[in-house]
Design a protein around this ligand. Sequence first.
Ligand SMILES: [Zn+2]
Length: 277
Amino acid sequence: MSDLDRLITLMAERRFVVLTGAGISTPSGIPDYRDSEGVRRGRAPMMYQEFLSGAALRQRYWARAMLGWPKVRQAQANVAHQALADLQARGCIDGLITQNVDGLHDQAGSTEVVELHGNLYRVLCLDCGQRLARDEVQAVMVAENPYLAGVDATQAPDGDTLLDPHFEARFKVPVCPHCHGERLKPDVVFFGENVAVPTAERAMSLAHQAQGLLVVGSSLMAYSAFRLCRAVAERGQPVVAINLGKTRGDDLLTFKLPLPCDDCLPRVVAAARLRAL
Ligand SMILES: [Zn+2]
C-alpha cells in the first residue's frame, strides 16, 4: 500500500483535523518564508516590537505592504484549497486550522477556518480596536501616495515588498477613520507577537478532539503550529504530513508524504467521492 493510500484509509476511518501552512499557497503564487530545510530565507520580516516602536517603521511597513497587496489580492485558491473545502463540505474533516494569512481557504469556500496568524484582508486599529477592510485602507493609501503609482517592488513573503528607503520616507501612512490614530496594523500576527488567546484555544480544542491530524505544506517551525501536532501525537492519534521538506515535527509523524499537496489532496477527494457512491 502506498503512503497516499494509507492516508486515504486513515481519513476514511477517523475524524481528521487539517493544519495548513505556506506550502499550500505557493502554487497560488504566494511566496514561502522558508526553504525546504525549514530555514527562513531572504530579508527578515518586521518584528512586532519594531512595528510598535515608531512612526518611521510603520511608514516603511505600509509603503512596502501597499505595493505587495495587489499580488496577494489577485491570488486564486488552488486545487489543494478546493480539495480541503470539498472534504469539509462532505463532512470528511472535523476542522481546518491555517498558519496562512492570505484568505485563500475562505475563497475556496471553507468555513470556520481557525486563522492562527490572522488575515491580511483585515486591518486593526491599535488605538481604538476597530477592524477595517484592507481593500478600503489600500484605496486610501493609493490615493494619498500617487508618487508610488507604477513603482515596481520586488515581491517578498506575506505581501511585504522590498522598496528603496528614499521612497519610504515620503509615504503617508493610513489613519484610522474612527479615532484618527496613526497606528493601523494588518490584522495578522507579526514575528515576535503571540497568537491571540481565543484563537490559540480554539485550535488546541480541535487538536484535543481530533482522531488524526493532517499537516499540509508546513515546516511546523512556528511553535503555535508545532504544539498542535505534539498535542495530537501525545494522545496516540496519527499525525501525517504532506510536505516537500523537513519539518520540526518529523519525530512526531506517523508518516510523511514528500509530495506536492496540489497533487495529493485532489486524490484524497477522489477517494472520498468514490466511497460516497
Ligand atoms: Zn482607531
